[in-house]
Design a protein around this ligand. Structure first.
Ligand SMILES: Nc1ncnc2c1ncn2[C@@H]1O[C@H](COP(=O)(O)OP(=O)(O)OP(=O)(O)O)[C@@H](O)[C@H]1O
Length: 287
């Protein structure tokens, strides 16, 4: 269990990035959903002990994270949004280098690296320089390095960014396998990834937690109030515009049918997310 109590962070230029965040996250796959600039990366870096909050407390399985960063690092695997690599090092050499930085004895590291190369489907590319890898291979390498040392807390910041559908699917099944006995925190603004992968999620907007909990809890406020209509609605809160067989359709939040063309639909996490966004800014468009 990862618990955050009253975490706040203001950058030196006065930007309030995290505003009194309190959260309890269970083991398994947990999604952190928020638009650009919501504070996701700031929160991820704080959890990974790469920056400190101005106030608040974090505990992970009994460890006081802010007071014992080193104890947490031994249990942590972190995939940042972007990471640099030494241009001349091969995949396997770089993994050995990172294993050494994590204080993993070489014989143990060799066994783990072989297993991780298999898991991430990089065995055949082990001798290639990571700087020549495609986007998907690089992300898989990022996962392999994060998993060195068998961490119990895995933090992934936008892991599917820039991946093609095949690579994305491969990454999804890898994450599902991993999350069996660990806490995998997945930060993204791709709602579909969280809907597909996470039984539990938190929604972050403008540095504050809007809501968190099991998926059913997050969707519950939208139940029986979400409609889809083939005419642009004039009443209700517009959640977004989508296309059905090439024709435009609108998703609307309203207590009753917004017009005679509207039909009730099963609410999704995307509806809840767009509901929250629509209350804070101009309504988004679905694509
Ligand atoms: N080093 C910094 N100095 C000043 N402001 C910063 C810094 N890093 C982030 N911010 C600001 O803090 C806020 C939160 O940024 P953050 O990168 O955590 O959001 P995010 O949800 O990860 O966004 P994205 O999805 O675009 O990566 C933004 O307003 C951002 O401009």
């Amino acid at each position: 269990m990862l618990t955050l109590n009253n975490i706040s962070k203001t950058y030196s230029d006065g930007t309030l990035a995290l505003n009194d965040i309190s959260l309890s996250l269970p083991a398994g796959m947990v999604g952190l959903l928020g638009p650009n600039g919501a504070g996701k990366s700031t929160l991820m870096r704080t959890l990974a002990c790469l920056q400190t909050p101005d106030k608040g407390q974090i505990t992970f399985n009994g460890i006081n994270v802010l007071a014992s960063a080193q104890s947490l690092r031994q249990q942590l695997g972190y995939l940042p949004q972007a990471f640099g690599v030494y241009p001349h090092m091969s995949c396997v050499a770089l993994l050995h280098h990172i294993a050494a930085l994590k204080n993993i004895p070489r014989p143990q590291a060799a066994i783990q690296i072989e297993e991780l190369l298999t898991l991430t489907n990089l065995t055949r590319a082990a001798g290639k320089r990571v700087s020549t890898f495609s986007g998907g291979m690089r992300q898989r390498f990022g996962i392999a390095q994060a998993l060195l040392g068998d961490p119990t807390l895995i933090i992934m910041d936008e892991p599917t960014a820039g991946l093609d559908p095949m690579e994305r699917q491969r990454l999804h099944s890898m994450l599902i396998t991993l999350s069996k006995n660990k806490l995998v925190l997945l930060s993204t603004h791709i709602v579909e990834d969280i809907e597909n992968l996470c039984p539990h999620a938190a929604i972050l907007m403008q540095g504050s937690i809007v809501d968190s909990g099991p998926m059913a809890h997050l969707i519950a406020p939208m139940a029986d109030k979400t409609w889809q209509t083939s005419r642009r609605p004039s009443t209700g809160l517009l959640l977004g515009e989508c296309y059905h067989f090439g024709s435009p359709e609108w998703r609307v939040y309203h207590a009753c049918a917004p017009d005679k063309h509207a039909r009730p639909v099963q609410a999704t996490l995307q509806d809840r997310y767009f509901f929250e966004l629509a209350q804070r800014e101009k309504p988004p468009c679905l694509s």
